[in-house]
Write a protein that binds this ligand. Structure first.
Ligand code: NZQ
Ligand code: ZN
Length: 386
């Protein structure tokens, strides 16, 4: 096992009617800027629950954070927060609102010339503070509720980039599975696939003698495979909603990453596909994963075989056959929950997507646990996504 430091400071408040806990979690002296998206929280009752819980607190609102949150939108909120001298940011919604809120939190006290540098020039490590934040999560998918990561887009530059800082972990995250009843089916599917993929990116590399982390990762995968279809079949199944929500948090709160080797190739290529072609985050992952595995089957063989055996019960003596079957089973699972796995499902061709490889290359990004995926290899992977 590799050396590691683990510190996750986020308090998780989980369960039915947990939004009422907000009154205790936000200090009465704190002036709150509440951030939210396009209005789902107004129609599903979450907005009213939040306002009710924060009766007596000073709360102002920033509305209109879009999916794949935009830098320009975040900067409007930064301006408002600075003018209003807010003490605390409260994100209400999915991963996009929360990621935007993390960036806003870092940008408000940022003293450099342009807060975009935090992301584009890797100034995240130099951040000394951020405005404290919390969240009420309404979409289980990203794991953003219990990590220090955020992904921000800048359409004008065709960029979608991530940053990470210990200062932007939420102080608390409220997870009430009942808030997810109102999710459109597309977002339910996205959430299932995104959470599954987060586990995969921290698991499918090579063995470092970390059997506990491997088995924790496998447990999350097996639970998603069991519970995901239940949510789709019966949207009001509380237990299934709760289990999927907890899986998504556990998938990216740092626990399964302890001491293991990670490879975020699928995610990083996927972010470029979203930036250039507007596909949802999880849609890009489902297209790319089978191709990345086919391309990297030698490097990932040992773990692919483990995965074949332990997740899908594949017992074939021939390792090539077992790996092929494991890839097919994964594609079958994604398809069974309603997620397409080919570029052609979105009327795109590999040729139209080659700029993805160019963009990564220009930023000097090398992917894969052995850093063996460069421009040529990304192009080869895209060809396998047809
Ligand atoms: O804007 P509103 O009206 O709230 O509607 C949203 C949005 O249109 C809607 N929604 C959310 N909760 C709902 C709901 N509709 C009805 N009922 C509810 N309970 O769902 C739509 C999509 O929301 P969004 O927040 O964009 O989805 P998600 O949570 O999947 O977040 C995706 C973003 O997170 C980034 C992705 O790249 C993408 O930008 N990621 C962040 C990560 C992190 N911070 O650790 C890791 C991930 O790998 C990912 O990259
Ligand atoms: Zn993801």
């Amino acid at each position: 096992m590799q050396n590691f430091t683990f510190n996750n400071p986020t308090k998780i408040v989980f369960g039915k009617r947990s939004i009422s806990e907000l009154a205790k979690l936000v200090h009465p002296d704190e002036k709150v800027l509440m951030t939210y998206g396009g209005g789902s929280i107004k129609t599903n009752g979450v907005y009213d629950q939040v306002k009710n819980a924060l009766k007596g607190h000073r709360v102002i609102e920033f509305v209109g954070v879009e999916p794949n949150p935009e830098y320009e939108t975040c900067m409007q909120a930064v301006k408002e927060a600075r003018e209003e001298k807010v003490d605390f940011l409260l994100s209400i919604g999915g991963g996009s609102v929360l990621d935007a809120t993390k960036f806003i939190a870092a940008a408000i006290p940022y003293e450099g010339e342009d807060p975009w540098d935090i992301i584009s020039k890797g100034m995240e490590g130099r951040l000394r503070l951020a405005v404290p934040l919390g969240c009420v999560l309404t979409l289980p998918a990203t794991g953003s509720e219990a990590n220090g990561n955020a992904v921000i887009s800048r359409k004008a530059l065709g960029q979608k980039l991530a940053f990470s800082s210990r200062h932007v972990y939420p102080r608390f995250s409220i997870l009430d599975p009942e808030t997810t009843y109102s999710l459109p089916e597309r977002q339910v599917i996205n959430g299932i696939v995104d959470a599954y993929m987060h586990v995969i990116e921290q698991y499918m590399t090579y063995d470092v003698s970390a059997p506990l982390q491997d088995r924790l990762a496998e447990s999350i995968l097996l639970t998603i495979i069991e519970e995901g279809p239940k949510v789709r079949k019966d949207p009001y199944n509380y237990e299934a909603r709760a289990n999927i929500m907890w899986c998504a948090t556990m998938a990216l709160n740092g626990v399964i990453a302890c001491g293991v080797v990670e490879d975020w190739a699928t995610h990083l290529i996927g972010h470029e596909l979203t930036a250039l072609h507007g596909l949802d985050h999880a849609q890009t992952l489902a297209i790319l994963l089978p191709a990345v595995w086919k391309h990297q089957r030698v490097q990932k063989a040992e773990k692919l075989l483990n995965y074949a055996r332990r997740i899908w019960g594949i017992e074939s003596d021939d390792s090539e056959t077992a790996i092929d079957e494991a890839i097919d089973k994964t594609v079958g699972f994604f398809n069974s929950v309603g997620m397409p796995t080919r570029l052609s499902d979105y009327d795109l061709t590999p040729a139209e997507c080659m700029k993805v490889a160019e963009q990564l290359h220009r930023r000097g990004v090398k992917l894969g646990e052995h850093k063996n995926i460069g421009k040529k290899e990304v192009e080869e992977i895209l060809l396998l996504c047809a």
